[in-house]
Ligand binder design. Structure first.
Ligand SMILES: C/C=C/C(=O)SCCNC(=O)CCNC(=O)[C@H](O)C(C)(C)COP(=O)(O)OP(=O)(O)OC[C@H]1O[C@@H](n2cnc3c(N)ncnc32)[C@H](O)[C@@H]1OP(=O)(O)O
Length: 654
């Protein structure tokens, strides 16, 4: 931010509908003074009531740090546009999706808002450049595209219009970060921005296939959900968002409309809102596809067209591959980013598929993006090649991981963050592999202790990633206990720092650690039984050894959550601590672990873990051998000397 630009303190939100009041609410939660404006007093009051209702709900769920009344008190309401924006540092327009309406609003805002205010539109489909043209200061206008509902959705696209300056975009980006949300830059004003551009083929390609009799609706939905792990099928999603919406987007862009889509719109079958769309919700069972319907669907075709769209965006400098992947995960709930998935499939395979489709159908939409061709010609064909859209670790360990973050500090503390907050840090195969890779590659001699934690403020981890679970072939599923065994056997003390849900495989990971500390708001459980499974990552065995028989079986058989207090009372965790003391308590534990004698800690861990499965005599024998060995170490000399001198010992692990 330039020195002459004001800190954002006051935000004016124009439009009190679903998006407007949602944006006003998240801004108020983040501490901004907000003015919510709409043309009609009743609409503004409805919007304000929705904010109050939503804040109460957040407070009930323990997801608000303040009293809801105090947050709501930061939102003022008005119908006077000039009054709303005259003191605003940031104006966010969230009116109807009509260019002329938005241009009228921006013209008025331009006349009334301070000269240095940032002017944003929440448009999801209109041109930022054309909206900005209604002002005398298009350089200060940008898109801030929140997703619905803003309170729940983490992603915001920060979009440049043609004249938007870097300073303007950066101020918008930093504002979004200050809301605790995740911004991605969309550096050119392209139709659909990033998320809707890539989501387009997810919905339209299956529609072309069904229109041509190459697939059925249920087959496509079942395959994309149960085989490829998407949260919804393309037709199910079309019914939810409204088939007419996709239809209008395509016609306005001058793009052909798949016949099945056109037919539905002509017949007024627009989806859930009309009771019938691709599925019948009034007289039928709605989206009633089952996993078995998926057989034979060419999902590669859909994913190839999506990857091609992503390649166009990267090649045209609209967005980076990282931004696209973040956008698709947080904005569309995809299990992984489109670029990352394309890299896993292999960009050469994707290119081949597009060329084959192009030969077969001679349609522009299969024309490979220049950037995709360049990557393949340069040998950057994806994960296996070490580089594709992204760069990959080539097997020599300690790479830049995708689903975990890690840091090894000078004291030897290795912090590992499970980083899939939009999926409650669910443990995917990739995440499990990355933890194993990290622990096997890091130099043990430099590590004195390991702390695992979950990203975000909702979960340590809500378990194994359930997406596509039902359809997974057991023979193809990698050994689920690998990661848990690696953690359990890691030769340094490990600690799980738990704040939020700790369920299923998440709890199994925590149980594989030596120590577990949790905030009192955390919840524990093995819900696997409710899915027809059992805790398959060592959970049954560790729980039965750690708890009484009755308690372990209660956890596994009932699948219920238990509170952190009960978990501590049962001995499942070491402590349940109030949130405001949590960091201090974790710090005290960690200090002891990283400053303790490394060899003695390593031996103690091993003797205790292995001895527990042996007879008492065998365990005592292991203990006495370890004790004798420790007597020969420098650390013992240091420990006893420090005791005699009444000072803190400095153990070197020698
Ligand atoms: C061998 C080991 C096997 C296992 O571990 S099996 C898995 C066992 N775990 C579970 O069954 C827990 C599943 N999750 C839940 O029950 C709920 O979530 C919570 C109670 C943890 C939280 O509920 P709420 O506050 O309503 O949040 P939300 O909308 O359900 O979750 C936010 C997003 O996170 C995704 N998610 C949550 N858990 C998982 C998971 N385990 N695998 C994959 N995704 C998960 C959701 O789907 C959703 O995503 P979207 O926002 O796109 O709808």
């Amino acid at each position: 931010m330039r020195a002459d630009q004001p800190e954002i303190a006051t935000v004016a939100v124009l439009g009190a509908g679903t998006m407007g009041h949602g944006i006003a609410e998240v801004a108020a939660i983040a501490g901004y003074d907000v003015v919510l404006r709409d043309i009609d007093a009743a609409i503004v009051e409805d919007g304000y009531d929705e904010i109050e209702w939503s804040l109460e709900k957040l407070a009930e769920k323990g997801r608000l740090d303040e009293d809801p009344d105090d947050v709501a008190a930061r939102v003022a309401t008005t119908t006077d546009l000039e009054a709303a924006v005259s003191d605003a540092d940031l104006v966010i327009e969230a009116g109807p999706e009509q260019l002329s309406v938005k241009q009228d609003i921006f013209e008025s805002v331009d006349a009334a808002a301070p000269a240095d205010a940032l002017l944003a539109t929440n448009s999801s489909s209109l041109s930022i450049t054309e909206i900005a043209a209604a002002t005398e200061r298009p350089e200060s206008v940008l898109g801030l595209h929140f997703f619905n509902p803003p309170v729940k959705m983490d992603l915001v696209e920060v979009i440049y219009g043609k004249a938007t300056t870097d300073e303007t975009a950066q101020r918008g980006y930093e504002f979004i970060e200050s809301l605790g949300k995740t911004p991605i830059y969309v550096r050119k004003d392209v139709r659909g921005f990033v998320v809707n551009s890539v989501l387009g083929p997810f919905m339209s390609e299956p529609a072309w296939m069904v229109s041509a009799g190459e697939a059925t609706i249920r087959q496509a939905d079942a395959a994309m959900v149960h085989e490829r792990g998407y949260p919804m099928g393309p037709f199910e999603l079309g019914d939810l968002t409204g088939i007419d919406i996709g239809y209008h987007v395509r016609t306005e862009a001058g793009r052909p409309v798949p016949p099945i889509m056109a037919e539905k719109v002509e017949n007024g079958n627009l989806g859930r809102k009309t009771g019938e769309g691709y599925y019948d919700y009034d007289d039928g069972d709605g989206s009633d596809y089952v996993p078995e319907d998926s057989e034979g669907f060419d999902h590669r075709r859909v994913e190839a067209v999506m990857a091609n769209e992503a390649a166009k965006l990267v090649g045209d400098d609209v967005a980076t591959a990282e931004a696209i992947d973040t956008g698709m995960q947080l904005g569309a709930g995809f299990p992984e980013g489109t670029c990352r998935r394309a890299d896993d499939i292999g960009l050469d395979t994707i290119l081949e598929k597009l060329r084959a489709l192009s030969d077969e159908h001679s349609d522009d939409r299969y024309e490979p993006a220049d950037y995709l061709v360049e990557l393949v010609e340069a040998g950057h064909t994806g994960t296996e090649a070490g580089r594709g859209f992204h760069e990959y670790d080539t097997g020599d360990g300690l790479g830049d991981y995708h689903t975990i973050n890690w840091e090894l500090d000078d004291d030897g503390l290795l912090e590992v963050e499970l980083d899939r907050p939009s999926r409650m840090n669910a443990i995917s195969e990739t995440l499990a592999d990355e933890v194993v890779d990290l622990l096997s590659s890091v130099d043990d001699d430099e590590v004195r202790a390991v702390v695992f934690e979950g990203a975000g403020d909702r979960a340590f981890s809500a378990g194994a990633d359930i997406s596509g679970f039902a359809d997974r072939d057991p023979a193809q599923t990698s050994e689920p206990t690998d990661v848990f065994t690696t953690v359990a056997e890691y030769p340094r003390p490990t600690l799980a720092r738990i704040d939020g849900y700790c369920l299923g495989a998440g709890l199994e990971l925590a149980l594989a650690c030596d120590l577990r500390l949790a905030t009192t708001d955390s919840e524990f459980g093995f819900p696997e039984i409710t899915l027809g499974l059992l805790p398959g990552g060592g959970g049954t065995q560790r729980a039965i050894r750690m708890l009484t028989d009755a308690r372990a079986k209660e956890l596994v058989f009932r699948g219920e959550h238990i509170s952190a207090e009960r978990a501590a009372d049962w001995g499942l965790i070491n402590r349940a601590v109030d949130a405001d003391e949590f960091d201090d308590v974790v710090g005290e534990f960690v200090d002891d672990l990283v400053s303790g004698p490394p060899i003695a800690l390593r031996k103690a861990k091993r003797v205790m873990n292995e001895g527990a499965d042996e007879s008492l005599d065998a365990g005592l024998e292991m203990e006495s051998q370890a004790f004798a060995l420790l007597l020969t170490t420098d650390d013992v000399a240091e420990g006893t000397a420090a005791f005699a001198a009444d000072r803190e010992p400095e153990f070197e692990g020698e």
